[in-house]
Design a protein around this ligand. Structure first.
Ligand code: UD1
Length: 364
């Protein structure tokens, strides 16, 4: 028996292809939902869109400060894992649920499998960077999405025998689901035309929790909407802060369309038909690169350098002039095109489960 952990929005599209492959390769699993995200459109809609089974166990932890959230997940997860010691746990990505469950399992001598290991922004002001370093330090099998990840892990003293470059499970989900969106054409539901709008998402604490920073970003959006229509699905953290800082009215422009957070298929379709994307997300840098849609990342660093070197990503921070220049490049078709990325081919979960079978269950 393997426990598969998911808790927050970016986890669901990573565990869906793993579930499918565990079933195909006859490995018993239980899906544990920590409840870090709980709103319908931050959690349940992904289960529906991705055709995932209901979680076997729900920890119902909810939103709290970092310490309280992490601690509550640990307390609830320990109760579960003590009842039925699984052969291993699989954790994905870098959210608080990832490190919380890894820490509990390690102290009970249960092997940890980390999917999306070795990514580093080298910026410890990001809570995710702390989660990544600690989870990797505890893990027994580390599956990576790009080659720099292995270099990072080796520098931290991790035994190379534990590291496997397998590709990207999030791209497995994208490949599996993109066909479904083709008939649905969600972008038309919002009165948008193909390649005639830009998609924007921001939610990272460093961008939205600070009033001055958020004001700067709003200025950028207000400027860009003079050039192209902007579609803005709003993360709950961002919405809360725009209201708290009284900034929402500044964004109310004819060329800016707001929506609630979207489901997986809707968002995929909106990405795929957009002219470009402005974001501070980690995963969207990868998805856009795969789709060959230009993506300007509103951050100073990225833990996913392959998206810059080979994909369609450029880091722009909050540099108004750079963004302006690159948007013009995109709109005049002069922006870089991006290449195919090694092993982002839809088979990462297959490779992962095969290795799990050998290493955890001694089966070939
Ligand atoms: C978390 C992850 C981040 C990931 C993001 C994707 C950590 C440290 N951060 O950040 O890496 O990119 O998820 O969304 O794990 N809220 C709701 N409904 C929900 C969930 C949250 O309204 O279903 C609101 C709450 O007010 C909460 C806030 O959003 O306080 C932030 O949620 P939280 O899970 O703490 O962090 P995210 O910003 O979502």
């Amino acid at each position: 028996m393997i426990y598969l952990i998911a808790g927050a929005r970016p986890n669901f599209m990573k565990v869906a292809p793993l579930i499918k492959e565990l079933k195909l390769q006859d490995i018993d699993y239980k899906l544990i939902h920590t409840g870090q995200h709980y709103d319908y459109n931050m959690s349940k809609i992904f289960f529906k869109d991705l055709g995932m089974p209901e979680p076997d166990i729900h920890l119902d932890v909810g939103s709290h400060s970092h310490a309280v959230q992490t601690a509550k997940i640990m307390i609830e997860f320990e109760k579960i894992i003590l009842q039925e010691k699984p052969s291993a746990i699989i954790v994905v990505g870098d959210v608080n649920s990832t490190i919380a469950c890894a820490l509990v399992a390690k102290k009970l001598f249960i092997p940890i499998i980390h999917v999306e290991a070795g990514l580093r922004s080298f910026d410890q002001r990001m809570p995710e960077e702390i989660n990544r370093i600690l989870t990797d330090g505890l893990s027994d099998l580390l599956f990576t999405t790009e080659k720099t990840a292995e270099i990072n892990l080796k520098k931290e003293g991790i035994d190379s025998k534990k590291i496997f470059f397998v590709g990207n499970v999030m791209i497995d989900s994208l490949i599996e689901n993109i066909e479904k969106t083709k008939n649905l054409q969600y972008y038309k539901k919002f009165d948008l035309k193909e390649s005639d709008y830009a998609l924007m998402t921001i939610h990272r604490a460093s961008n939205v929790d600070n009033k001055e920073m958020l004001e700067k970003i709003i200025d950028i959006f207000v400027h860009i909407q003079k050039k192209i229509k902007l579609f803005f699905p709003m993360h709950p953290r961002t919405k809360k802060n725009l209201e708290k800082f009284n900034l929402i009215d500044q964004l109310k422009k004819e060329n800016i369309i707001f929506s609630e957070p979207l489901g997986y298929l809707e968002f995929l379709d909106l990405m795929n038909h957009s002219r470009f994307i402005l974001t501070d997300s980690g995963g969207i840098q990868e998805e856009a690169s795969f789709l060959k849609i230009p993506v300007l990342t509103l951050r100073e660093n990225t833990e996913r350098p392959i998206t810059i070197e080979q994909g369609t990503n450029t880091l722009v921070g909050n540099d108004f002039d750079k963004i302006n220049f690159l948007v013009d490049d995109i709109l005049t078709n002069q922006y870089k095109k991006g290449k195919n990325i090694e092993k982002w081919d839809g088979d990462a979960s297959k490779r992962i489960v095969k290795i799990i079978k050998e290493k955890i269950f001694n089966k070939s």
